[in-house]
Design a protein around this ligand. Sequence first.
Ligand SMILES: Nc1ncnc2c1ncn2[C@@H]1O[C@H](COP(=O)(O)OP(=O)(O)OP(=O)(O)O)[C@@H](O)[C@H]1O
Length: 251
Amino acid sequence: MNLHFGGVTVLEGVSFDVEPGQVFGLVGPNGAGKTSLFNCISGHYKPSAGSILIEGVEVRGSRPATLARHGLARTFQHPALQLRDTVLENVLLGAHTRLPGGPLEWSMRSPRTTRSEKALRTEALELLERNGLGWAANVRADELSHGLHKGIEFCRALLMRPKLLLLDEPAAGLPHNEVEQLIQTVKRVRDEDDVTVVIVEHHMGLIAALTDRVVVLDHGKSLMEGTAAQAQSDPRVIEAYIGKDAAGDAA
Ligand SMILES: Nc1ncnc2c1ncn2[C@@H]1O[C@H](COP(=O)(O)OP(=O)(O)OP(=O)(O)O)[C@@H](O)[C@H]1O
């Protein structure tokens, strides 16, 4: 897959397969193109060339709402919450893609819509409970910490009942004990809900504990693919990181 903005090449020839049931990692130094790649998969960017297949179906260029129907959900590096709304309302945002019918029926509030909305609320509350946030369902989002905002976004993504879940830096800004909890939660989602997970993360402990395979990106290109342990000992990967640090030190 390639992605260009004007004359700037952001991704070039990046290609990988994720097997169902895997946790797959995307790692690499700042600016390598990881979030841009996520944006291509989730329909927020349109790749300049290439192909994105979900269960064999070409989805390149599809809009996020269409991708949700293909079973794709994602979280963002900076959770996009409605801060004045409650936690439950935030989790329900976007779940309308699971309601039967279409926008006309939803706006007319048919009995079928009302029933389905009620079922979604119950499911959202169960998800919050399962992820340790049940107590916060009716609290306004702006009263809660960054870590809890990430938890809300995670529940929101799970309410879409995804088959493929993209997590963009879920551990960023979390204290150690919450990273441990996150690892257990992602494992549970993979094992109990049969969700395939692709994760962008700088936290190498989390990547090592969770992923089956990783792709390492640098300057928009794939440096290597393998296990987290292979990536950590690969001289090209070490050089990509140390090169960046050295550049940072010199600045
Ligand atoms: N909309 C855009 N227009 C122009 N350039 C962009 C756009 N989006 C991303 N880029 C550029 O693409 C490159 C890769 O950025 P990206 O955020 O994907 O990297 P990243 O690996 O996710 O970095 P980080 O780890 O810091 O989040 C950067 O040089 C960035 O400036």
